[in-house]
Design a protein around this ligand. Structure first.
Ligand code: SAM
Length: 256
């Protein structure tokens, strides 16, 4: 087992949202229901932004696409304007319900949803596959191998490239960390050399959304505001306080 596989396992267990499921004794679906602001955060943060155009540029029209952990459809919805068929896999009924409602509003009839974890899905072949911020499983090598096995033309993986936000350390203390490089090395260990491109984003979030994001922290709202203020990240607007963030998404891709 490589060092990166260990690093990923520790990250999933101790730091990722999967850790909150255990601590709070809630299911994956309950977690996403309690985080109904997900799409609002995406909208303010400019995600997926340019990375979506880049992935779209690789996808040939009339292709089939598998989106693993499709969530509310940040990629599945826009990419389905191009694909013949999109299969959106996600274990959360709530996330898929939002995705399906968006598809209905846009008149997209080529998206099929599967309410399962990827390991339990039985699919033999697709042209393209994508997993964006959805690889929160300890046994990530098998998940990746299965994804690559069923894909004929191109595999896309999106994960963070930025360091740890100091607000996160302040809110939760120092915890195991993993970024796209960890996935890059795991992919290399299982025999695949992926290409990489990084996409930076700078954005502001209304302070209420920041509090909801950090709802599992033991720090009070005043303490979180104090930290942001000390770092000069607060902006006073007519509708209240907003906080500055910077993120970087990595696209790992393999075109066959
Ligand atoms: C952070 S969201 C990302 C959603 C979307 N890909 C995006 O980029 O906005 C992670 C999603 O992965 C789903 N997920 C978690 N574990 C999964 C698994 N083992 N197989 C498939 N999806 C999973 C969650 O239910 C959630 O909707």
């Amino acid at each position: 087992m490589s060092q990166c596989a260990d690093q990923w396992r520790n990250f999933v267990r101790e730091t990722s949202y999967v850790h909150n499921l255990k601590e709070e004794k809630i299911s994956n679906d309950q977690f996403w229901r309690s985080y109904g602001i997900y799409d609002q955060v995406l909208m303010h943060s400019g995600y997926p932004g340019e990375i979506l155009n880049k992935i779209s540029s690789f996808i040939s029209p009339e292709a089939t696409l598998l989106d693993i952990g499709a969530g509310t459809g940040a990629f599945a919805i826009p990419l389905s304007r191009k694909t013949a068929q999109t299969i959106a896999v996600d274990p959360s009924a709530y996330q898929l319900q939002i995705l399906s409602e968006k598809a209905r509003q846009e008149g997209l009839t080529n998206i099929f949803t599967i309410k399962k974890e990827w390991k339990d899905v039985d699919i033999t072949s697709v042209d393209y596959s994508l997993a964006a911020y959805s690889l929160f499983v300890e046994d990530v090598e098998n998940l990746l191998a299965k994804m690559i096995d069923v894909t004929k033309k191109g595999v896309f993986i999106v994960f963070r490239a930025e360091g740890i936000d100091s607000l996160n350390e302040f809110a939760y203390g120092t915890r195991p960390y993993a970024d796209y490089l960890c996935l890059y090395h795991i992919l290399k260990d299982i025999g695949y050399q992926f290409e990489e491109i990084l996409f930076p984003r700078n954005y502001y979030l209304p302070i209420d959304l920041v509090f909801k994001q950090y709802r599992f922290s033991k720090k009070s709202h005043d303490e979180l505001i104090g930290h942001l203020s000390r770092e000069g990240r607060l902006q006073e607007r007519e509708d209240g306080k907003w906080a500055a963030f910077s993120a970087k998404d990595a696209l790992l891709y393999l075109i066959r």
